[in-house]
Design a protein around this ligand. Structure first.
Ligand SMILES: Nc1ncnc2c1ncn2[C@@H]1O[C@H](COP(=O)(O)OP(=O)(O)OP(=O)(O)O)[C@@H](O)[C@H]1O
Ligand SMILES: [Mg+2]
Length: 251
């Protein structure tokens, strides 16, 4: 089984306006359709989710009551979700929309999977649950829950043989800009020391993702980080070939 996260950076065009990248999403969906094992998908928000966080000042992920037009932002995130699910269906993936807020809850600030049975029964029927990241009710307001955290939580619950993170980079890159082929726990610890946080990114950019990778590593789940615009690299990797991307190996 696989858990795959499609970064918002791989299915939207970067910028201030929300733009779905249909071609990139279709390419990704076509590669996913070739996978022959159970999988759960989650996806990020890219240009649908990041600009509002800057505009309404919730880069720390916390939205106080009345601080942002939450219902409009949630509707926009849902629009992206619908567009991606439609591309998956068009490619032949048996995708079933499972909105993040319906399968997870925030309990005392912690993300908790509340619909394990629903996801399991979809998997048993050969369907592919697709979970989106969203703004979750929390305290008197809302909180951003990133799809990296959702992917990690899904992997913690389902223990896939691999968690895949499609993003805008070809893998994790070192200080010289070269893609790191493989990292173990110690290597990931070092990577986290040199990976700078992205102050303008509500979900923490690569540093935020690396924190979730460390969590998966500790749980014994291998991760593969690859370019979402070159999804064929995952197919190569799974068939044992040389592929561009970073394997974070759990020991
Ligand atoms: N050491 C690094 N290795 C690889 N990418 C890095 C590194 N440091 C920063 N990045 C940047 O991190 C970005 C990927 O993170 P980002 O959060 O933007 O994408 P995502 O998680 O795929 O999308 P989303 O957050 O919308 O779901 C890449 O565009 C890359 O430029
Ligand atoms: Mg991100």
């Amino acid at each position: 089984m696989l858990v795959i996260k499609a970064g918002g950076s791989s299915i939207t065009r970067a910028g201030q306006k929300p733009v779905f990248d249909r071609r990139a999403a279709a390419r990704l969906a076509a590669a996913i359709a070739l996978l022959d094992e159970p999988l759960i998908l989650t996806h990020g928000t890219g240009s649908y989710g990041k600009p509002p966080a800057v505009r309404y000042g919730y880069l720390d992920g916390r939205i106080r009551r009345g601080a942002a037009p939450v219902t409009e932002i949630k509707a926009s995130l849902r629009e992206l979700h619908g567009l991606f699910v439609a591309e998956l269906l068009a490619a032949g993936v048996k995708a079933v929309s499972c909105p993040g807020c319906e399968v997870f809850a925030l309990k005392r600030g912690r993300l908790v999977l509340s619909a394990t049975r629903r996801l399991s029964s979809l998997l048993a029927r050969g369907c592919v649950p697709v979970v989106n990241s969203d703004l979750f009710p929390c305290g008197g307001g809302f909180r951003v829950v990133s799809s990296d955290a959702i992917a990690a939580e899904l992997a913690a619950a389902f223990k896939p043989r691999l968690a895949v993170f499609f993003t805008a980079a070809q893998g994790l890159t070192g200080p010289g800009g070269k893609v790191i082929g493989e990292l173990n726990a110690a290597g990931l610890k070092l990577f986290r020391k040199i990976c700078r946080p992205s102050p303008g990114d509500v979900s923490g950019g690569m540093a935020g993702k690396a924190a979730e990778l460390a969590r998966l590593n500790a749980l014994g789940v291998d991760s593969f980080i690859a370019d979402g615009r070159r999804p064929g690299e995952l197919l190569k990797f799974l068939s044992g070939g040389r592929a561009c991307g970073t394997l974070v190996r759990a020991e």
